[in-house]
Design a protein around this ligand. Sequence first.
Ligand code: SAM
Length: 265
Amino acid sequence: MDLHDFDDVAENYDLYLEEMYRSEDNHAGFLDFYLEFAREYGKDGVIDIACGTGAVLLYLAQHGILADGTDLSEAMCRVANEKAKREGFDLHIFPANMTDFRSDRKYSCAIIARSGFMHLITPELQRAALLNIRDHLVEGGMLTFNTFDPYPALQAQQMKTKDTDASFRLEYVNKDRKREKIYNAISYDPHTQIMSGHWKFETLDENGNVTEERVRPLKMRQTYRQEMRYLLELTGYEIVNVYGGYCKEPGDRSAKNVIWCVRKK
Ligand SMILES: C[S@@+](CC[C@H](N)C(=O)[O-])C[C@H]1O[C@@H](n2cnc3c(N)ncnc32)[C@H](O)[C@@H]1O
């Protein structure tokens, strides 16, 4: 099980992400980037892969695009489905692995938003997902996903990090209206390019005493740009655009967030 498979994470995900964006990185332009992408390429259907609790799915629906959604985690799909129903949208959201999901239709636009692709922790899984998604795209269909540019100074630091080195990340109010503190420790293995995260959630009482502690794992793989270029070539895609952020910042230099927009060849 990984972070997003846990009910407690799925049910609190929107709440702590909102705080994370307020205090750390506001992901400026995040939702509108995907709305614009879906408007431009989605005339024959859109699928949001690794849709999580449906941040992008719901935003698209609110703007008239009824996309399908899929996510490995049943818990995340359940939350996304509940949100869609609450807002009166009849969306097809189903649990599946992006490496082998099956849909009875094809799409002209596939979106993997907010680092979903980085959860594929081997080149074999990345290749399987790209091929499977390609099978579900119409000719010339478009896919967008993002990676983080590996950053040597941070890698070196994370190579020394132990699971117990958790540092404070944020505090938020959970679904039960209790204060919760989140800490995490992220270590890096240069041989596999995998970052292993240990996310610790501490629930507090009204006096600030810890009443519960949960530790949840999260693994993500770093991918070098050249590696990705070869992988895309191998799996039958041409690169249309590479951006350095959601506001379409130039992607030609090292960027924390690299957004790939690729077309099925
Ligand atoms: C960081 S969350 C992003 C969720 C959503 N796209 C968003 O923007 O809020 C990553 C999601 O990827 C999903 N995921 C991880 N591995 C997956 C896989 N192999 N196939 C499908 N979904 C996967 C997780 O369950 C999680 O919901």
